[in-house]
Structure formats: C-alpha cells, structure tokens
Design a protein around this ligand. Structure first.
Ligand SMILES: [Zn+2]
Ligand SMILES: [Zn+2]
Length: 259
C-alpha cells in the first residue's frame, strides 16, 4: 500500500514537474534519468514521499533547513556583514564604482549548499531548478527595487552547451518564467570564446572577459542579471558594464551561490 502511495506521489510530482519545466529541457541522458527517477532527497538521500518533496527533489526536512541568509547583508555585494557598517570591507576598498547597483547572493558555497550546486550543475538534478526558481521568485516579489526588473541570464561560454549538454542558467530562468508568467527575460548578452576563468585572478578575469561579453540586442532599462556562482565578481561586473554602456539605467544581480 505504501509503495502504491509512493508511486502515485511520484506520478503526481512527475506531471507537476513536466508542467513547470517542459520536456524540451531534457537535453541529455543524465537529465532524462533524473527526470524519470527523482528517487531520493538530493541532500540527505532519504526517500521522497509526496509530490511536494518530489517537485523539488528535496525532503521536507531539507527544504526547511535551506534558508536564504537572513543576516544583515552588504548593501552592494550582498555578502553577510560582520560589522555595524552597511557596506563590507572589500566593497569599501574596491577600485572605482561598481557597474551594478547591488547584488543578492543566496547561499554560501559550503557544506550542504555546495552539495546542492553539485547536484544541480554537474549531476543535472533538474528538479532543483524548480526549488531555486521558487526562492528567487519569492525574493523578487519581496524586493521593491526589483519590481520592474527584466531578467538577463549570464551567457554561457561558446561550446559549453555542446560540451556539457546544457546551460544551467538558461534552464533556471526558463523554469522561473514558467512559474511566473509576468516575468520577462531578455537574452541580450552573448559571450565570445575566452580563456577558462577558473585559475585566473580577479584582475585577469576582468581583462579576459572585457570585450568578450557583448550585446546582441538592446538591454532592458532595469536589468536583473542571473548567475549561478559568485566568486571574484568579475562576470557580474563585466555583464553590468556592458548593459550600462548599452543603455541600461539600473543593473542588479543575483547569484545562487557565493564563494
Ligand atoms: Zn533530505
Ligand atoms: Zn560587499
């Protein structure tokens, strides 16, 4: 009987997910396997028992343990603050003004949060995009600054989709759009081939990216740039510069994880 209940919950979750994410998003074998067999909680490995668990690939316990940082955050980069001042030390010491107005960074890239990203980005657990989308939509809904913002996804490196089979940012924003039909997405940024960023310093990354991220269409007046991981901030900086130079008046940024 319990197994039968599980099967029905699975089918309900399956139908719900297909509605949210669209079959066309399942671009490779790993994605298809995750889609057909959501199986266990992406974090604790426990069985998923009802459609609210299957929808996000997370058990209720893990869902409630993952919260957006409620600490005071830096008014520019969005990292948690350790002092009474409203801007963090690196932001106060930065060279020149940031091209973006401010950022929101959802989860630290450590512990269980790191596992969340690995499960999504590298193991292609596409259900997690539905969970991330819910969190981002909640945040946008609560933040007056983002009321009229148009979503601008950070563009993937050329060849990335050919190489890995998908673009996790593209998938995430498409799920966000399916979950909120008022949301507008502008695919105005594109990226030319450049060196892999991983091993480079912030200054080298900025130099490497300058001129390689460009506009292929007019940017929105108010943009919210979406990326998965914030490390040195150079990708966000260059995307914001390009959008501003192209005519955007305000650029905000949101990254799922920060290092
Ligand atoms: Zn769990
Ligand atoms: Zn800061």
């Amino acid at each position: 009987m319990k197994n039968l209940q599980k099967l029905f919950a699975h089918i309900a979750g399956f139908a719900h997910f297909a509605d949210f994410a669209g079959l066309a998003d399942f671009v490779n074998f790993a994605g298809i396997i995750n889609f057909l067999f959501p199986g266990n909680c992406a974090l604790c490995g426990g069985s998923l028992l009802d459609k609210k668990e299957i929808r996000y690939s997370l058990c209720h316990g893990c869902q409630s343990s993952i919260g957006i940082n409620e600490q005071r955050i830096c008014g520019l980069c969005g990292k948690p603050l350790s002092s009474e001042i409203d801007t963090c030390l690196p932001c106060r010491n930065r060279d020149g003004e940031a091209a973006f107005q401010r950022l929101w960074l959802l989860f630290p890239y450590i512990g269980k949060y790191r596992k969340l990203l690995t499960e999504y980005k590298f193991r292609k657990n596409l259900y997690l995009a539905v969970f991330f989308a819910k969190m981002i939509i909640n945040l946008i809904g609560k933040e007056p600054l983002l009321k009229d913002a148009v979503i601008v996804p950070v563009p993937p490196r050329p060849g990335k989709i050919k190489h890995t089979g998908w673009d996790q940012i593209e998938h995430l924003v498409n799920v966000m759009r399916k979950n909120n039909n008022k949301m507008v997405i502008c695919w105005c940024l594109k990226r030319k081939r450049s060196k892999v960023q991983k091993e480079l310093s912030r200054a080298e990354r900025l130099k490497n990216l300058k001129g390689r991220i460009y506009l292929r269409s007019a940017p929105p007046k108010i943009a919210l740039v979406i990326d998965d991981v914030y490390t040195t901030g150079s990708t966000m900086e260059v995307c914001s510069q390009v959008l501003k130079e192209g005519g955007a008046e305000k650029v905000y940024g949101l990254c799922l994880f920060y290092d």
